[in-house]
Write a protein that binds this ligand. Structure first.
Ligand SMILES: *Cc1c(COP(=O)(O)O)cnc(C)c1O
Length: 452
């Protein structure tokens, strides 16, 4: 068993990093079908690489999802507290099983899962949590609603993940936790983050909202820190429209999460602590239960397609797929992300490159255009009477001075991505379209000057 796993891991790393496997097994040369990339750019009047084709649609549903929703409707159990065998408690057991943890508490969103975790760990007024500026606003919202201070550390510009050195530099005497965000569903450098947390006696709340089923050094993301949080919002790779979940192994802490998310009322029926009402409803869990079958196959398909795409693009210096840390065994591939290097595209702006690709029938997007360190919340929150009471004037001044993240700015300017929940479930031909379109634009980079 052990041996088999190790081989799989090594094979995955080979495919992910150099793509040798994908090429050998599919007998496709790294540069693919040259004729499809010859000829005029579509944006200048040529034939597009891809036309009249659609991508796999997202969110995914099939008859199992419909059946579960109908069953829930007819059962009249529409709220989780009505039954221990309703869809929410059943989903919690199944999701914990899938993740290999002892417990799961389902919530109404990923933001709610994160906030419940912050609150359950007793983090609040006057305290600080270090996280990433390059993430969904829900990440910092979860800290702010507990009236703590989200401290934004800069990124490793090639992996788009938190830079552990910068995390360590930003620790103060009030820091209570690190909230690493596994962007695009790929792992942060968890060995280093865990070591820093241990050294400074900090909690780790994993924002695994994009990282369902991803594996780092034999462990699923979300199971490495004290608590792991997921989102089931409609764009994510497992979804019910809006939903979330917390996983963990510590019985007391997970019981506290339940209490917090249940307006402070415990499983024993006593109202005990501060807590909002964040319960998932039974219809959401019905959709999730219906979707769980087949989830591993879809996960494997996204990984295989991503490896294939990386292999096809490996000799193109103009696009550099997201750096994966050693120990990355698989990723959810919520997004397939690359750094666009304009110096290799005859200095064409990213927007020009994206326009040219769009004309070829392939849409990539820049994703997050500004890090959270550039949003107005900093002035509004730090200037509020509540924060002025909780933090010293000196701390708030220092916060403003240090709210720069140049690597995050660089990533916001250079990143291009294929939204992957649906598209990465496509066929190999779909992936060839993406690669051929990029390579066609690359080979015609001299002509991009003519694009308006
Ligand atoms: C989606 C997301 C969240 C928030 O989840 P919601 O379900 O939308 O509240 C938080 N962090 C990251 C990284 C996300 O992608």
């Amino acid at each position: 068993m052990m041996k088999k796993n190790q081989v799989t891991r090594r094979q995955f790393l080979t495919t992910a990093s150099i793509g040798a496997m994908a090429i050998a097994s599919r007998r496709i040369p790294a540069y693919g079908n040259v004729s499809r990339r010859a000829g005029k750019l579509a944006i200048l009047g040529g034939e597009p690489v891809r036309k009249n084709k659609s991508w796999p649609e997202w969110p995914y549903w099939d008859d199992k999802v419909i059946d579960e929703v109908v069953k829930t409707t007819k059962s009249r159990i529409w709220c989780r507290i009505q039954s221990e065998s309703g869809t929410v408690p059943t989903f919690e057991k199944k999701y914990a099983g899938l993740m290999g943890t002892r417990y799961c508490v389902a919530t109404g969103s990923g933001t709610q899962a994160l906030h419940t975790s912050v609150e359950a760990l007793g983090i609040g007024a006057g305290e600080e949590v270090i996280t990433s500026p390059y993430t969904d606003p829900g990440t910092i919202a979860s800290i702010l609603v507990s009236r703590a201070l989200p401290v934004l550390a800069d990124l490793d510009p090639e992996s788009y993940q938190l830079d552990p050195d910068d995390v360590e530099r930003r620790i103060t005497e009030n820091t209570r936790a690190i909230m690493p965000v596994h962007m695009m569903g790929q792992p942060c450098h968890m060995d280093r983050i865990t070591a820093i947390a241990k050294k400074h006696n900090l909690k780790v709340i994993e924002d695994a909202c994009q990282a369902h089923l991803s594996v780092y050094k034999g462990k699923k993301l979300g199971t490495i820190g004290d608590l792991g949080c997921f989102s089931f919002q409609s764009s994510k790779t497992i979804t019910c429209g809006e939903g979330g979940g917390i996983i963990g192994n510590d019985e007391n802490l997970m019981d506290k999460c339940y209490t917090v998310h249940n307006h402070g009322t415990s499983r024993r029926g006593r109202t005990e602590v501060i807590g909002p009402k964040y319960r998932m409803n039974e219809f959401e869990a019905a959709v999730l239960l219906g979707q769980l079958s087949g989830v591993q196959e879809r996960f494997a398909r996204r990984n295989a397609n991503a490896a294939y795409l990386s292999a096809r693009l490996k000799d193109c210096p103009g696009v550099q797929p997201q750096k994966l840390y050693e120990g990355t065994e698989s990723g959810s591939f919520y997004l397939y992300a690359m750094t666009y290097r304009k110096e290799h595209f005859n200095d064409a702006e990213r927007s020009t490159f994206l326009k040219a690709l769009q004309a070829e029938g392939v849409s990539l997007s820049p994703y997050i255009r500004q890090g959270l360190h550039r949003e107005p919340w900093i002035e509004n929150v730090l200037g509020s009477s509540v924060y002025l009471k909780m933090f010293s004037a000196q701390r708030l001044k220092q916060y403003r001075e240090e709210a720069t993240c140049p690597n995050c700015d660089k990533v916001c300017q250079e990143m291009v991505m294929l939204w992957a929940s649906g598209p990465l479930l496509g066929t190999q031909e779909d992936m060839d379209d993406v690669a051929d379109a990029i390579l066609k634009v690359y080979e015609n980079r001299e002509k991009l000057k003519a694009v308006k």
